[in-house]
Design a binder for this molecule. Structure first.
Ligand code: MSP
Length: 510
């Protein structure tokens, strides 16, 4: 069986989840579900990044100890996963023992292989970004030095362990060169290559100024740099350091690390260098998606325009939210959330295009065929649209292998458009009075299309897709992709169709 291992970044617990977190995990969930339906053995990992100065400070600000603080906030991310119907196979917390062991083992391997040394760090550090910056990277704002991300920086001078990152420049460039798909999209790949070509400095990988983190083996004063700790989570879930562990053998190196564009450098530069230095295999691909803005504005706490995924789900519905996030923008680019666009996708794509198609055709089966899927006598036109729909799976597969979620949905909606035209052209309501056999065939074809759309849409909108399949009584075991080439069974009794995609109607707040 083919294996597929996919990861989200692990989320900082300094705050509650927002749309950006939901977005990254949703993209992974769709790929994980798609691969499972396509016969792969999938491991889908998400979790929380609970160490570091930022988290320690957030706990202090709330006057509680960091463990209690992280227990609470981490739970919010688990709740989000439940709410959004994410199908992750593991949820990792970096405060777990299994993870600390993995970090310490990785460290020991790096040390054993001669890639770690003790020295002194002096330079700029941003707690918000948990990142080191050089003087030349800083920007000047009203006389104050800030990180290029706008975050505050502080001058740090302390004893520190270093990882010999500078030695990995050529090997990294060779890696990118030999594996053109290792970093996607292209713009990010170019950005990383030019960063590495500019030269790499050794990386400070421990801090002594705070204590909330994984201790460096044999030197308790030092806490591992939170990114070394965090990246290791991708190994922990597979049972590392036990490399003989079945999961490790099966799933490592990861097929895809999905990340946001802000953290590509950590994943595409530091992580492969750390893995090469410790003698481990590399992940196969890192995809960096874009960022959401809200009605054209950057999302930030200070602007008070943070979008809470819980609100979206409550207001518009879960699958409406999942559909919107994946359909609205081209994955990899930045995108804007607007209420107008959300409503339009909900009402036009879901309620009208696919919702009405199901509703009007199955209502006719219910009313005019005694609720029994008719026996068809398919002509070339009927077969053509059915085959187009079946072939759509291959297009979606190709799209998703490149993380082109919006294109995958567009491909499905192209056939949905053809399906609506098919009903209009064949007008089964008129055939009711003139040609009952033909009416039955047309309605059968619609049912067959609903079956194919239902199967194809399961990764994207799992609840609604399964309701679509329930409407035409498709047994659970006939819903995987290899069943797409089967045919809808005639003679099966269906229930009165229920509305699956309600229209969003604006409530009058006034
Ligand atoms: N803890 C690190 C990741 C460690 S992975 C070994 C981290 N956490 S985070 O909580 O700050 O961010 C997690 C993800 O959310 C990132 O991929 C980031 O790009 C994404 N987003 C945060 N804000 C976002 C938007 N406004 N829009 C889309 N995604 C954004 O970084």
């Amino acid at each position: 069986m083919n294996n597929y291992y996919i990861t989200t970044p692990i989320y900082y617990v300094n705050d509650k989840p927002h749309i950006g977190h939901a977005y990254t995990s949703l993209a992974c969930d769709i790929l994980a579900r798609f691969k499972r339906l396509d016969g792969f053995d999938v491991h889908f990992l998400t979790g929380t990044d609970e160490h570091g100065q930022k988290v320690e400070k957030s706990a202090q600000a709330k006057n509680i100890n960091p463990q209690e603080f992280t227990d609470n906030v981490s739970q919010n991310f688990r709740d989000l996963a439940d709410l959004m119907n994410f199908s992750n196979d593991d949820f990792i917390r970096t405060t777990e023992n299994r993870h600390k062991q993995a970090c310490q083992k990785l460290w020991q391997e790096l040390e054993k292989n001669g890639h770690i040394y003790l020295d002194k760090y002096s330079g700029w550090y941003s707690v918000r970004d948990e990142a080191y910056y050089t003087e030349s990277e800083l920007i000047d704002k009203e006389g104050k030095k800030l990180a290029p991300t706008g975050a505050e920086v502080e001058w740090v001078e302390e004893e520190s362990y270093f990882f010999d990152l500078s030695k990995w420049q050529d090997k990294l460039l060779k890696l990118y060169d030999e594996n053109p798909d290792f970093i996607a999209p292209k713009s990010r790949r170019n950005e990383v290559i030019s960063f590495v070509k500019d030269g790499l400095k050794d990386l400070s990988v421990s801090r002594t100024a705070f204590s909330w983190g994984v201790k460096v083996p044999n030197n308790d004063k030092h806490i591992m740099y939170v990114w070394v700790d965090a990246l290791t989570n991708y190994l922990t879930t597979l049972g590392y350091p036990d490399e003989k562990n079945k999961k490790f053998e099966k799933y490592w190196g990861a097929d895809l690390h999905m990340v946001g564009k802000d953290i590509i450098r950590f994943h595409a530069v530091y992580w492969p260098a750390l893995l090469m230095a410790s003698g481990l295999d590399l992940p196969k691909r890192i995809f960096a998606h874009g960022w959401w803005t809200n009605e054209g504005e950057k999302i930030s706490k200070s602007l008070g325009n943070v979008i809470d995924p819980v609100d979206l789900v409550e207001k518009y519905g879960l699958d409406q939210t999942r559909y919107f996030l994946m359909r609205e923008i081209s994955f990899g680019n930045d995108g804007d959330f607007s209420k107008q666009a959300m409503i339009s996708r909900t009402n036009s794509d879901l309620a009208n295009d696919i919702g009405n198609f199901c509703q009007r055709s199955l209502s006719m089966v219910f009313k005019n065929c005694e609720g029994i899927i008719p026996n068809p006598n398919l002509n070339d036109g009927d077969n053509e649209i059915i085959n187009n729909a079946k072939q759509c799976l291959e297009t979606v597969r190709l799209n998703l292998d490149k993380q082109e979620f919006n294109k995958a949905l567009e491909s499905i909606w192209k056939i949905v458009g053809q399906a609506n035209k098919y009903v209009d052209d064949n007008a089964p309501w008129a055939l009711k009075n003139t040609d009952l056999d033909r009416m039955g065939t047309v309605l059968y074809t619609c049912g067959e299309l609903i079956r194919i759309f239902g199967i194809l849409l399961q990764p994207f909108i799992p609840n609604s897709a399964s309701k679509m399949l329930d409407l035409i009584a498709i047994p659970e075991e006939q819903r995987t992709f290899k069943n797409i080439n089967n045919s809808l069974q005639s003679g099966v009794k269906i229930d009165k169709p229920q509305v699956i995609f309600p229209r969003y109607v604006e409530q009058d707040d006034g």
